[in-house]
Design a protein around this ligand. Sequence first.
Ligand SMILES: [Zn+2]
Length: 216
Amino acid sequence: MADYLEQNHDRIFAANKAWAEEQIARDPDFFNKLSQGQTPEYLWIGCSDSRMPAETITGMKPGEAFIHRNIANLVNNIDLNVMSVINYAVRHLQVKHIIVCGHYGCGGVRAAMTAKDLGILNPWLRNIRDIYRIHETELDSIKCDSARYDRLVELNVVEQCRNVIKTAALQQNYAENGYPVVHGWVFDFRTGMLKDLKIDFAKILADIQKIYNITE
Ligand SMILES: [Zn+2]
């Protein structure tokens, strides 16, 4: 086992060296440019799932996306981590797009659909159980278990987009500059394709501001 662990560890450094050499071969100035700072246009909020690396599936290069990932791509308003990421990305980096990206087959969403004590994950996944409750009529009308699971993945993404839109950073920056715009996407392992849920950003923002307006 020890040999395996060592090899498994060392191969990352070998791959890193090969990658760095490849970048320099393609553009000798590549790392100089990266060192100058970042001006990413996208904030990506995705699931921690190892099968959906943001840059790999979108072709984005280093410097193009500011990235936050957690179990089931949740935007919880008392999570200092995600709230700091959104604040920094919007107010300082001035990102133009915020993407919440979930994925079909999400273990976090599946766990939230399971009636079971999940220990430390209970408070985290309760955010998804609350979404089930909000959309209970629609979800319970879907008889096929896997279709209901897929739909909850989508509804979770839409609700997390709403949570991004509830933040002062988003509302104030959008009122001032006309960006960032929020998008809800779902990644499908079965095809490798991203699906745009085409949320109606302007309508959601207007609806939310009836109650959560914090542009002043
Ligand atoms: Zn997931």
